[in-house]
Design a protein around this ligand. Structure first.
Ligand SMILES: CC(C)(COP(=O)(O)OP(=O)(O)OC[C@H]1O[C@@H](n2cnc3c(N)ncnc32)[C@H](O)[C@@H]1OP(=O)(O)O)[C@@H](O)C(=O)NCCC(=O)NCCS
Length: 169
């Protein structure tokens, strides 16, 4: 139940054409090299990409996440929450939607890169079962910075569950 006075819960839905202008605005608010509307539309191509948006009660998009689909993995391209709506669960909600989507597609893993200095995002990913798998030196520009590669296993030969946690035997 929602606590009295708490903001109404966000609704998460699949990214579609109608969300593209609002999502492009979130990109501009969040990144030094934002994706254009045209680039974001690549996430709408069936079988190539997929995205999810978090919507306020009035339908305003306040967060989104998108990934590209490879045969065995989902490559997360972006997770972002509008700066005016941070720490309200939008980032986690859209990331969880991608994880659930990837699990439903029976992908083996999710991968992403994140700036070394991006503590909020790294904390979020760690809390959702991602592990740090490597470093890409000088991966980012504007400003130049290394990327941490993070990995979330969805299917595990060693017997971990779909939630990525190791199972006790
Ligand atoms: C990273 C980002 C998406 C998080 O979105 P958000 O909606 O504010 O996050 P949530 O409210 O869902 O928080 C989920 C968890 O993330 C972590 N987190 C979020 N902001 C944090 C901060 N400023 N410091 C530390 N941890 C933070 C916490 O673990 C948090 O859980 P908690 O609130 O229970 O402690 C958001 O900060 C953002 O859009 N950043 C700019 C874009 C970006 O860098 N994206 C990642 C690219 S790889």
């Amino acid at each position: 139940m929602t606590e009295p006075g708490a903001p109404p819960p966000l609704q998460v839905t699949r990214l579609c054409e109608a969300h593209i202008p609002a999502v492009a605005d979130i990109e501009r608010q969040c990144f030094s090299q934002p994706w254009s509307e045209q680039a974001l539309r690549l996430l709408l191509i069936d079988g190539q990409g997929v995205g999810y948006v978090a919507l306020e009660a009035d339908g305003r998009a306040v967060g989104y996440a998108g990934m590209f689909l490879a045969p065995d993995e989902g490559q997360i391209a972006s997770v972002a929450a509008h700066p005016a709506f941070r720490r309200r669960g939008a980032g986690r909600a859209v990331l969880r939607a991608l994880i659930a989507d990837a699990a439903a597609r029976e992908l083996e893993r999710l991968v992403l890169e994140v700036r070394v200095s991006n503590r909020p995002a790294r904390t979020l990913y760690l809390s959702e079962g991602f592990v740090e798998a490597g470093l890409r030196r000088g991966f980012y520009t504007h400003p130049r910075e290394d990327a941490v590669v993070m990995l979330r296993r969805l299917r595990e030969e060693t017997g971990a569950g779909a939630d990525g946690r190791e199972r006790e035997t």
